[in-house]
Design a protein around this ligand. Structure first.
Ligand code: MRU
Length: 350
């Protein structure tokens, strides 16, 4: 499923399946310049760390195009646009990673004029898009080995094809097991208040693939584990710190604590681009504070009285001691992560 994120050469724009309206409407949204790309990221037309990184790469190209009319000042204008783009969302490090990777390629060819930079960047953005697909497949193949046929796997949020270019990370692991012939797998998708990525997106894409899935309320997790209905937990991540603490959608840390209590192995699946070696621990990861409206309303229906304040912190950092393994395209990293993370980067040559 890579058709949700399509570079349109004819119109020179990034076409995105609008995730705000799934599963009931399949509307498309076009990123044509920096503002429309930032808007798509902020309101979550597109979301999920790797997909955010790929969008950022195309966003750099669109910013270069937007800067062209500034004439001799195009480099300064472009720099301002890239800073805005990089700040669109704070937690998923793939956004910064995508922009920095594009900037690094520019730094190596500073002599390029605007047209030359655009040509080089569009190729690179397409390459990053393809690379993400390859890494997800690889990660899924590797991670699929931790799932036994007959397992019920719980996941939180959506770390699937919709959150990447294709296949997914946490759902990539499930697909990897499924594609290896383990057809008795079941999935529990936690609904994931308030944006409902589990209820709306994870269930939608697994259903399309024919992988059995049940949606559970977030607060059913403890009971489902106590009843022995969960064999493994696999989640994605938005940023993994140098010590292996892993920030993912709000509620993930609670699932990890419950998994520890009930003896259920808890895995994180993410490409190396989600690991931020400049951030020492989970406490150093910036946590996005989103609009109260996501909590006060479900769709158009208001569920909190006028004037009552709410929390809408969007991510939480799971401490590394709760994580059985970090599944990457470079293998399954084991504790202590402060050692296995640098070793994985060394193997990858990054
Ligand atoms: O706010 P979102 O929907 O962008 O949050 C997404 C998640 O938390 C995902 O689990 C994470 O980005 C991994 S996506 C492969």
């Amino acid at each position: 499923m890579d058709w949700h994120m399509v570079w349109n050469d004819t119109k020179d724009q990034l076409d995105l399946l609008d995730q705000r309206f799934l599963p009931t409407r399949e509307d498309w949204y076009a990123c044509t310049d920096t503002d429309s790309t930032i808007f798509a990221l902020q309101v979550m037309v597109i979301r999920g760390a790797p997909a955010i990184g790929v969008t950022a790469a195309y966003g750099c190209y669109l910013a270069a195009k937007e800067a062209a009319p500034a004439g001799d000042n195009w480099k300064q204008k472009l720099d301002e646009l890239l800073i805005k783009l990089e700040d669109a969302r704070p937690t998923a490090v793939n956004l910064r990673w995508g922009v920095r990777r594009m900037r690094a390629a520019w730094d190596e060819q500073l002599e390029l004029d605007n047209a030359g930079l655009r040509a080089m960047w569009l190729e690179l953005a397409k390459e990053i898009h393809e690379e993400d697909k390859r890494f997800c497949r690889k990660l899924g193949e590797i991670g699929g080995t931790v799932i036994n046929d007959g397992d019920t796997v719980m996941t939180h949020c959506n770390a699937g094809a919709l959150a990447t270019s294709d296949y997914g990370t946490a759902l990539g692991v499930i697909r990897g097991a499924w594609d290896a012939g383990k057809k008795k797998i079941n999935v529990i998708a936690n609904e994931t208040r308030p944006f409902l990525q589990g209820a709306r997106l994870t269930s939608w894409e697994l259903m399309k693939d024919g992988i059995p899935v049940k949606v559970a309320c977030d607060n059913a997790c403890a009971l489902l584990m106590k009843k022995g209905l969960v064999d493994k937990v696999v989640v994605g991540a938005d940023r993994i710190a140098a010590n292996g603490d892993a920030a993912n959608k709000i509620g993930t840390m609670g699932v990890a604590i419950l998994a520890k209590h009930f003896g259920v192995p808890f895995y994180v699946a993410a490409p190396l681009s989600t690991i931020d070696r400049e951030t020492p621990t989970g406490d150093d990861i910036p946590i996005e504070d989103r609009t109260p409206r996501e909590v006060t309303h479900v769709g158009e229906t208001q569920i909190v009285p006028d004037g009552v304040e709410v929390y809408n912190l969007a991510f939480d950092p799971t401490p590394n001691e709760l994580i059985a393994g970090i599944i990457t395209e470079e293998g399954i990293l084991e504790p202590p992560y402060a050692e296995s993370i640098p070793a994985a980067f060394a193997r990858s040559g990054k």
